[in-house]
Design a protein around this ligand. Structure first.
Ligand code: ZN
Length: 161
């Protein structure tokens, strides 16, 4: 079990050092900004959604190691998924980091399980889930042209206006 934990930490460190999809996305038709004032993490998630599928995704921002690694892994996991699949993955990730279900099947979230240990650290839960809440806001945002969605971890469970 310890080896498994080490592996998970390796995954998080890897994503923090070499963030995936860390860029602007010129083809984005939806985006949202997220803020975690408690830690100072901020992230903007850009989505290129075509026919209900996330064709491309990127993020920008800055924050602690957990927030950056989580955003990086989130983008690599949901790219190519349908909006419904991405939404389901968000729910599972959220359940996992909130530690809501002790029988949670970690295999169902793949490498996202690297963040399961976060549930033991309430302050870090917001860091780990920020990018996901922001993704959720972006998925629910209207297409480009309308005002961008914004999300903050300080609004409690509701994450859109
Ligand atoms: Zn943080």
């Amino acid at each position: 079990m310890n080896d498994l934990k080490d592996l998970y930490q390796e995954v998080i460190l890897d994503h923090q050092r070499n963030p995936r999809n860390f860029a602007l996305l010129p083809t984005a038709n939806r985006h949202a900004e997220g803020l975690n004032p408690l830690c100072g993490d901020h992230v903007t998630v850009y989505l290129d959604v075509q026919d209900g599928i996330i064709r491309n995704i990127s993020f920008q921002g800055d924050g602690c190691a957990i927030a950056k690694a989580s955003a990086s892994m989130m983008t690599s996991v949901v790219k190519g998924k349908t909006l419904a699949e991405a939404s389901e993955t968000f729910k599972r990730f959220h359940q996992m980091v909130m530690g809501e279900d002790p029988c949670f099947d970690l295999e169902s979230v793949g490498k996202l399980a690297a963040f399961s240990g976060v549930s033991a650290f309430p302050v870090r839960v917001k860091c780990a889930s920020l990018a996901w809440h922001t993704l959720n806001a972006a998925m629910n945002a209207k297409v480009a042209g309308d005002s961008a969605a914004a999300v903050t971890t300080e609004i409690g469970k509701g994450n859109t206006k």
